[in-house]
Design a protein around this ligand. Structure first.
Ligand code: HEM
Length: 445
């Protein structure tokens, strides 16, 4: 077995145009040159793209000088699916949607969701048989979707998970082209591979969510979930409430952003535990000591430091959102570098998390890095699986509790073992294992 878990091998030198495109379409992370893992700011020759991997630059783009940078590529890529919801809007339009959603994510609200996390995990395990090889990436997508519909959002009809899977699959397939086109502002008339197919999947999915909104309006129930809060919210400037289109935008955003990412965090974590069984045994011991075999509670989840360390190290090596981008809205200067309007500033979280000058043994799985006394020494913009600045992930605390509880509940009953080749990490919208993540599941005696 190789000493370190699989990584993307960077090209030694920047790639020329054809090689860049060919590799990008296979895996966008594979075009990031070695220099970006060593320097702070690296230009792509002959293209309006910069790799931004140094903390001072990231801080400027996401915080101090954020008004000079916009989410143009992300909006172009995800706008057809997510409209002008919280992830894909800006300025005042974004702000009130964020404020309307925030109360659902307060810590005192999150503890109520914990039994829902446990039950979803138990439903999943009930479908497993001993010694079977499971498609773990699909199982984790299912359990996190189950969670989101049991906690934050109205439960969807039976066809919804399939519609989501279908549309995300075609989005992921068309994704690399879409991303490249968006980064370089390719004209919209240029035929983009996969676009038509993903348009059909998007229409089906939006239709399903429209029905959910219509049902809620017709029922007029006084539920207190995220949909109810979004329906009640008013834009402080205009006093207006969200129309159906805006509700669909936000529901879809939360269905998607709220489960695909956590699913990937769990998928890569289970892979690492299968690969490093001594860590799995340590976590089992911790969970056993804290819960005494009882159902995992919110209070237990706060007392599982090793589980937290493994999750954080897993999201360092395999950040579920591997790449973030912003575009310069006007000609500007960033720490002495002239940047033209429209240029893409690409923050490859995957690369930032493996920067050669900032991490000791960057490719090694060493959860101890996140032991409480050592974690404080990690600078803010060097570790950022949830992004940073005002647009930081709204679901961060939700995701951490959810992943902790799901993982602890699994570890109480099941052990995982590798069941295939080493997975290759590939950047789509999320970081996926090429060809899936087959793992053998064994129930503990
Ligand atoms: C391990 C799990 C997760 C990871 C790694 C993650 C990562 C991220 C990142 C990196 C961003 C920033 C994107 C940018 O600025 O370009 C983001 C934003 C967002 N995330 Fe998450 N996320 C996770 C879980 C969740 C969950 C559970 C929810 C909801 C229940 C959620 C909802 C959102 C929303 C709505 C935004 C947009 C926030 C805004 O623009 O104000 N995420 N997430």
């Amino acid at each position: 077995m190789a000493p370190h878990p699989p990584r993307v091998v960077p090209p030694d030198r920047p790639l020329h145009r054809l090689a860049f495109v060919a590799r990008f379409v296979r895996n966008p992370l594979s075009v990031v040159p070695r220099a970006a893992y060593e320097e702070d700011f690296t230009a792509v020759p002959n293209a309006p793209i910069y790799w931004v991997t140094g903390p001072q630059f990231i801080r400027a783009v996401l915080l101090e000088e954020r008004d000079k940078f916009a989410k143009l590529a992300q909006i172009r890529l995800l706008g057809p699916l997510l409209g002008k919801g919280i992830l894909t809007s800006e300025g005042a339009d974004w702000k009130w949607q964020r404020q309307a959603s925030a109360p659902m994510f307060r810590p005192q609200e999150l503890v109520h969701f914990v039994p829902g996390f446990v039950q979803a995990t138990r439903r999943l395990m009930a479908r497993w048989t001993d010694n079977a090889v499971r498609p773990i990436e699909r199982d984790m997508t299912q359990v996190t979707f189950d969670v989101i519909s049991a906690t934050l959002l109205p439960s969807a009809d039976a066809g919804m998970p399939a519609a989501i899977e279908d549309s995300t699959a075609s989005f992921q397939r068309a994704g690399a082209w879409g991303q490249l086109f968006a980064w370089v502002h390719a004209p919209r008339w240029l035929p983009q591979p996969g676009r038509r197919r993903s348009a059909a999947a998007v229409a089906a999915l939006r239709g399903a969510v429209h029905r959910i909104v219509a049902e809620r309006r017709a029922a007029g129930e006084a539920k207190d979930d995220l949909l109810a809060r979004l329906m009640r919210a008013r834009d402080p400037d205009t006093g207006q409430q969200m129309n159906d289109e805006q509700l669909v935008d936000n529901l879809l955003t939360f269905y998607l952003a709220g489960h695909e990412t956590t699913a990937k965090a769990l998928t890569w974590t289970l892979y690492l535990l299968a690969r490093y069984p001594h860590w799995a045994r340590r976590l089992e011991a911790e969970v056993g000591a804290v819960t005494g075999g009882a159902e995992v509670s919110a209070a237990h989840a706060e007392r599982l430091p090793l589980v937290q360390q493994v999750l954080k190290e897993s999201m360092r090596l395999y950040p579920p959102v591997p790449i973030m981008t912003r575009q310069a809205v006007a000609d500007t200067v960033l720490d002495g570098h002239a940047i033209r309007a429209g240029a893409s500033l690409v923050m490859p979280i995957y690369v930032i998390h493996r920067h050669a000058r900032r991490w000791e043994e960057p490719d090694a799985f060493l959860p101890e890095r996140f032991a409480p006394e050592r974690e404080d020494a990690i600078p803010r913009y060097q570790y950022m699986p949830f992004g940073a600045g005002p647009r930081i992930c709204i679901g961060m605390a939700f995701a951490m509790i959810e992943a902790t509880v799901i993982l602890a509940t699994l570890l109480q009953r099941v052990r995982f073992a590798p069941a295939g080749r080493d997975p290759e990490p590939v950047a789509r919208v999320t970081l996926i294992p090429r060809g899936g993540m087959p793992l053998a599941v064994r129930f503990r005696p």
